[in-house]
Write a protein that binds this ligand. Structure first.
Ligand SMILES: NC(=O)c1ccc[n+]([C@@H]2O[C@H](COP(=O)([O-])OP(=O)(O)OC[C@H]3O[C@@H](n4cnc5c(N)ncnc54)[C@H](OP(=O)(O)O)[C@@H]3O)[C@@H](O)[C@H]2O)c1
Length: 284
């Protein structure tokens, strides 16, 4: 296959071809993000058994392939965007083609490790394994990425630019760290939803209407995240700065602390981390 420049800037203007196996929610978010960033729609192609999903891809302006084999034969990068449970069945029939075309595999499937991906495709495959989170669907995601030893620096840049199309993309040094990413940002949106749910319910208990409590909760979450992102200090300092001695915030924080909130959070993240490890064993 012809050598192409895979670096992130060049990818937007060169003839790098990106293929998506699975054209579901995540694939379409990635495609939408890439198109917004100026990636050439002629160079994005997807395959999926669902005619409806393929139509949605064409509506975005990108291309579709008749089947997975035709797609692999015509691209430089294959983004694996199918559910983890079907990954083995998807990859195994494609193994000879993946080996022959030496495509970069970028998997966004939760819990499937590089060893399994290589065993099902090609032991010499260049593989980037990613753990995105649900806000990626709004192009506001947080993704951890891990590259196996076969991935070149140009391929790393390209994988990063694909995931950056839907938000923040951060490389981890070891594949094990993806279990920590899963426990933190992968499952993290639900932790904030739980806190928002409880704050809203208690706002109502304190006499606010449901719409008022909801609006105030969500805007507060957004404002706090923006302040933390903009701040030059860490969140502990930020919290201290907004906590006046003897004030209302201090009363609430003391109540959290006397009920060992930090222990609850530690136990929750450890539970998610362990579940991520166990799930990977079940799926591999
Ligand atoms: N959604 C998220 O927030 C999120 C977050 C982190 C990671 N992920 C990961 O991203 C991956 C995709 O998730 P998703 O939410 O986009 O799922 P999805 O909407 O269900 O998309 C998966 C697509 O793959 C298609 N598919 C099934 N078998 C196929 C085959 N043999 N060849 C080609 N396509 C096939 C499915 O078609 P059918 O429906 O007809 O089977 C479906 O359209 C998953 O592995 C998930 O773990 C998702």
């Amino acid at each position: 296959m012809t050598q192409v420049d895979l670096s992130s800037q060049a990818a937007q203007s060169s003839n790098v071809r990106l293929g998506f196996i699975g054209a579901g929610n995540m694939a379409r978010s990635l495609i939408g993000g890439l198109l917004k960033q100026g990636f050439d729609a002629q160079h994005i192609i997807a395959s999926d058994p669902s005619a409806q999903c393929l139509q949605m891809v064409r509506d975005l302006g990108a291309q579709t392939a008749e089947n997975n084999a035709a797609l692999v034969a015509s691209v430089d990068v294959v983004v694996l965007a199918v559910k983890p449970q079907v990954m083995a069945d998807v990859l195994q029939p494609l193994a000879p083609l993946i080996s022959q075309h030496q495509v970069l595999l970028v998997s966004i499937a939760a819990g499937i490790n590089c060893a399994s991906l290589a065993a099902w495709s090609s032991l010499s495959a260049s593989i980037v394994r990613c753990m995105p989170n649900t806000p990626a669907l709004l192009q506001c995601g947080a993704t951890g990425l891990y590259a196996n030893a076969r991935v070149s620096s140009q391929q790393r840049d390209l994988a990063q630019s694909i995931l950056e199309a839907v938000g923040l993309a951060i490389w981890v040094d070891s594949e094990d760290q993806l279990d920590a990413v899963t426990a933190l940002s992968g499952s993290g949106p639900a932790y904030f939803f739980l806190l928002m749910e409880l704050m809203q319910a208690n706002g109502e208990q304190l006499g606010l209407s449901a719409p008022m409590a909801r609006a105030l909760t969500l805007q507060t979450a957004l404002g706090a995240a923006k302040m933390a992102l903009d701040a030059e200090v860490d969140t502990a300092t930020l919290r201290a700065q907004v906590t006046s001695p003897n004030g209302t915030t201090e009363a609430a924080i003391k109540s959290f602390q006397s009920n060992d909130f930090s222990k609850l959070v530690e136990q929750a993240l450890n539970a998610a981390h362990q579940r991520s490890i166990d799930l990977a064993k079940e799926l591999g």
